[in-house]
Design a protein around this ligand. Structure first.
Ligand code: FAD
Length: 544
């Protein structure tokens, strides 16, 4: 209908129809309304399109190699993504549109799709992840070379990063305290946009030789995975499931679960019904908009007549942690690495890539065979379900790095990248920097005890019994240190402890290695301070 060239909307992380600035832009540009040209919602370049007649609108998703292959992803996150895409496709079809999924590297795949369908305008969401700017520049270059105009919008954070940076005088604050006051000065984030309507512009016709099936959402098996590998996933992917989960949490105890939320006081071992929202998978892939969640949190807070917790411990505070790490990831060079990252202390970790002994320690940790049940149970939960409470992640990260194994945090972050259902590069790197005391956090001598710490929260070890069934019948007295159980007790529990037996001996003596490692950290802090005095890069001031 008519002669206007199609608009191409490339879905990235905003896999949703609610509060989706780039999608709203794409719909506006494709529709006939005279106000279309130049009226954008984000901060990107504006396209100069003709007005007066409707254009077709193609909906593209690119499955990049890293999203479908190990070790960059695991079956649990991939299943969650495919469920999300399938639901998005259904929602688009109900509105007269449809998702077209292609595989390949984004810059080439997007440009090729645009040429195939004769598009003249490309619209997508900015990527603020550590490598995102480079990839975005490559996509924009390929699109411009193919003769397209490019429109981008911000959709993954509460504020456009440029707005925060400008208010901060050009440099992102290094501490949560400074970030919170920055946000206080800037004011509330923009409210969420209205949902796209019930009808969407139709997609452009397929090119010669193409069939609709070519662009269908693949299954795990199509991508070479088994469904069994993803069987433990606890949350259903998709916008509807995410929004329903959000509303259910907001309504818990008539809103009091939100108003009384204090992060450190939530339980790390509540595996049946987690104490926190478990919205992270949806926020990470954009099935739920962070601005929508924020706006609903504020409503529930207000409904309490002003009685509610505050950042950094409140749920709004959790979203500020997220926002802060996103701002840093988008502005600090090599935020997800140690070398070349000006925020990261340079600590002489053992690197599994070059050191066989470190590789074996890393593998034992990643395969839940450290011999410390509290550590192995969190890892077993991560492997099975892809989600672990924040404090469980603390235990895992501290144990691998400064606490016990002295393995580099980037190796741990890579394992999390593979296993987390909620993997978000900015949040993963920011938290690993924190837990390894490489940035933000200075109290490196505060180490989590793998026997004592979790025991305080779960004296009977029911969390361990659930995730490590081999220890299910171990008496509570020994559940955190089964190697101390007399042989008769081990036999009666059906779990003999020892190398090659039912459960391994502890791979290190925590009392010994944690002291050695704390001394090494002290040394690393001293040389960091010396480098600073000598004009080197200053380590970040800690926030907590
Ligand atoms: P809630 O407590 O309900 O919080 C709501 C939302 O706030 C979360 O969904 C998340 O988006 C945000 N949030 C909460 N805590 C943090 C935090 N410490 N930093 C930044 N944002 C936060 N979270 C991820 O989403 N992706 C990751 O890849 C990731 N990697 C981590 C790695 C390590 C080593 C550690 C210690 C933490 C990591 N986190 C990560 C942060 C945090 O553990 C999870 O966001 C949280 O546990 C998710 O559960 P929830 O949705 O129930 O959180």
């Amino acid at each position: 209908a008519g002669g206007r060239a199609p608009v191409l909307h490339w879905f990235r992380r905003a896999l949703r129809l609610h509060d989706n600035p780039a999608l709203v832009d794409a719909v506006r540009l494709a529709s006939a309304a005279p106000a279309a040209a130049g009226a954008g919602t984000g901060g990107g370049r504006r396209a100069d399109v003709g007005v007066g007649e409707a254009a077709p609108l193609a909906m593209l998703y690119v499955l990049e190699p890293a999203a479908v292959t190990a070790p960059h992803t695991g079956a649990v996150r991939l299943r969650f993504l495919l469920e999300t895409l399938a639901e998005l496709d259904t929602a688009l079809r109900a509105r007269g549109s449809a998702l077209r999924i292609v595989r390949g590297d984004a810059p080439a795949a997007v440009a090729a799709a645009a040429v195939r369908w004769g598009a003249s305008t490309l619209v997508y969401e900015d990527d603020d992840s550590p490598d995102g700017r480079e990839r975005d520049a490559a996509v924009a270059a390929a699109a411009l070379a193919a003769g397209l105009s490019v429109v981008t919008a911000v959709g993954h954070t509460l504020y456009p990063p440029a707005q925060l940076l400008e208010a901060a005088g050009g440099t992102a604050p290094r501490t949560m305290g400074a970030f919170t006051s920055l946000v206080g000065r800037v004011g509330e984030p923009p409210p969420p946009l209205p949902d796209v309507g019930d009808t969407l512009p139709p997609p452009p016709p397929l090119a010669d030789g193409e069939a609709a099936g070519d662009y269908a959402v693949p299954s795990l098996e199509d991508l070479g995975w088994t469904t069994a590998a993803a069987a433990g996933l606890r949350v259903q992917g998709g916008e509807a499931a995410g929004l329903a989960r959000m509303e259910k949490f907001l309504a818990r105890r008539g809103g009091e679960a939100v108003r009384k939320f204090e992060k450190p006081k939530t339980s790390m071992v509540a595996w049946r019904t987690p104490d926190t929202t478990v919205l992270s998978p949806y926020l990470a892939n954009g099935a739920v908009s962070v601005r929508t969640f924020y706006a609903r949190l504020r409503e529930v807070e207000r409904a309490g007549g002003g009685r509610h917790t505050h950042p950094p411990v409140s749920l709004v505070g959790q979203l500020l942690w997220r926002e802060h790490f996103h701002l840093l990831a988008g502005t600090v060079p090599h935020f997800d690495r140690m070398v070349g990252n000006p925020l990261s202390r340079q600590i002489p970790w053992d690197d599994p890539a070059t050191d066989a002994a470190a590789a074996e320690r890393h593998a034992a940790w990643a395969e839940a065979r450290t011999g410390y049940p509290a550590v192995d149970a969190f890892m077993a939960q991560l492997r099975k379900e892809g989600w672990v409470h924040h404090l469980g992640r603390h235990m895992l990260a501290c144990f691998l790095t400064r606490g016990d194994l002295w393995v580099s945090w980037t190796a741990g972050a890579a394992t999390f990248e593979e296993l987390l259902v909620d993997w978000d590069p900015a949040l993963n790197a920011g938290n690993w920097l924190w837990l390894s005391a490489s940035a933000f956090f200075n109290a490196y001598y505060r180490v989590y005890g793998p026997v004592t710490w979790v025991r305080k929260a779960d004296p009977e070890g029911s969390f361990i019994r659930h995730y490590l069934p081999v220890l299910a019948r171990m008496p509570s007295k020994y559940i955190y240190e089964p190697w101390k159980a007399p042989l008769a007790v081990q036999k009666a529990a059906g779990c003999r402890v020892g190398d090659g037996l039912d459960y391994p001996l502890p791979m290190v003596d925590h009392a010994v290695v944690s002291k050695v490692n704390t001394d090494r950290m002290a040394q690393a802090f001293r040389s960091g301070a010396a480098a600073e005095k000598g004009g080197g890069k200053a380590p970040a001031a800690g926030a907590g």
